[in-house]
Design a protein around this ligand. Structure first.
Ligand SMILES: NC(=O)c1ccc[n+]([C@@H]2O[C@H](COP(=O)([O-])OP(=O)(O)OC[C@H]3O[C@@H](n4cnc5c(N)ncnc54)[C@H](OP(=O)(O)O)[C@@H]3O)[C@@H](O)[C@H]2O)c1
Length: 303
């Protein structure tokens, strides 16, 4: 799929998601916006939700104009303010979507955020904020979508996580939260299978360029620094994440549940770029000899 200022398109067939309804959290910016646009282009009705109403309004207007100019009918797009950390706001997001559109087929948990810091510098408040947004917020959205609609009607959930497969130095809070969502995805896929609910995740590499993400980090060069460690030697497009999400939502993935699809061009198989370990001699080797005082004598290293 390619979305730019003047055009939206998709590799999927027209009207693939006609008569379907989706929620995309964080759908007004970056990856979430690309997902919302592709869903709309494929005929889906979409509710985008996040904290900042002005951003949502602007994005909704822009997306509607873009879709309406494609000659495929008018975009069915609504927006609602929702902080996914607040239980009552999540409950409202789901009930409001059902009352506006009459159903809820897809939930894309894309809303999230974090700030870079070595673990030792993360305050309890900062830690809790990241865990509450990325883990608890995702859980609340899943639970409410299930209890209010999907338990009786089925549905598909896709959770957006991150490249935390080798740990996530400088992002330990979000690494822990996203890893937990990877596991939550598996648990829910099993618990809700008997109700016809599929639950999967998509793990973008840290190389998916989004202006808002760079702004949030206050570091416009962050994406340049990732480049050398990307096997594809280019940044990823938000639309390349959207394509994977649409696949998982589609009937082509009808036998896929509890799975996480990495969209990172193999970056998670390549050395991590976030942390360099300087030479040091502080690693204490295994030792089996003790002197009379109980002190250990390490074996002599050959190097
Ligand atoms: N770009 C990458 O390379 C990359 C890699 C791995 C994972 N990801 C993840 O992919 C998702 C989208 O990222 P992006 O790159 O598109 O960045 P982004 O544009 O900053 O998107 C984050 C979105 O989440 C929303 N959000 C944040 N906190 C929220 C909350 N408490 N409640 C509701 N919505 C909230 C934001 O909207 P408001 O500010 O209006 O609430 C924003 O629309 C995020 O979860 C991100 O961590 C991105």
């Amino acid at each position: 799929m390619a979305a730019c200022r003047s055009k939206v398109s998709s590799v999927f067939r027209p009207n693939l998601f006609k008569d379907k309804v989706a929620i995309v959290t964080g759908g007004g910016t970056g990856i979430g916006k690309a997902i919302a646009l592709e869903l709309l282009y494929l005929g889906c009705k979409v509710m985008i939700a996040s904290r900042k109403m002005d951003r949502l309004q602007k994005a909704a207007k822009e997306m509607k104009t873009l879709i309406d100019s494609q000659g495929r009918g008018s975009a069915s797009l609504k927006h609602v303010e929702c902080n996914i950390r607040k239980e009552e706001q999540v409950q409202h997001l789901i009930s409001h979507t059902i009352s506006e559109f009459g159903q809820l087929d897809f939930l894309v948990n894309n809303g999230g955020g974090q700030f870079p810091s070595p673990a030792e510098g993360i305050s309890l408040k900062g830690w809790n904020a990241v865990i509450e947004t990325n883990l608890t917020g995702t859980f609340l959205c899943c639970r409410e979508a299930y209890t209010q609609w999907m338990k009786d009607h089925g549905g598909v959930i896709v959770n957006i996580i991150a490249d935390m497969w080798r740990g996530f130095p400088l992002m330990s809070h979000t690494g822990a939260a996203r890893s937990a969502v990877d596991n939550l995805t598996k648990s829910l896929a099993i618990e809700w299978a008997e109700d016809g609910v599929r639950v999967n995740a998509v793990a973008p590499g840290s190389s998916i360029y989004s202006e808002t993400a760079a702004d949030n980090y206050g570091d416009t060069d962050i994406f340049k620094r990732v480049l050398p460690n990307i096997p594809a030697k280019r940044l990823g497009l938000t639309e390349e994440v959207s394509g994977a999400v649409c696949f998982l939502l589609s009937p082509a993935a009808s036998y896929i549940s509890g799975e996480t699809v990495k969209v990172d061009a193999g970056g998670s198989l390549y050395p991590s770029w976030t942390w360099n370990i300087d030479d040091h001699k502080k690693s204490v080797p295994y030792s089996w000899e003790t002197d009379d005082n109980g002190s250990h004598t390490p074996p002599k290293s050959k190097l």
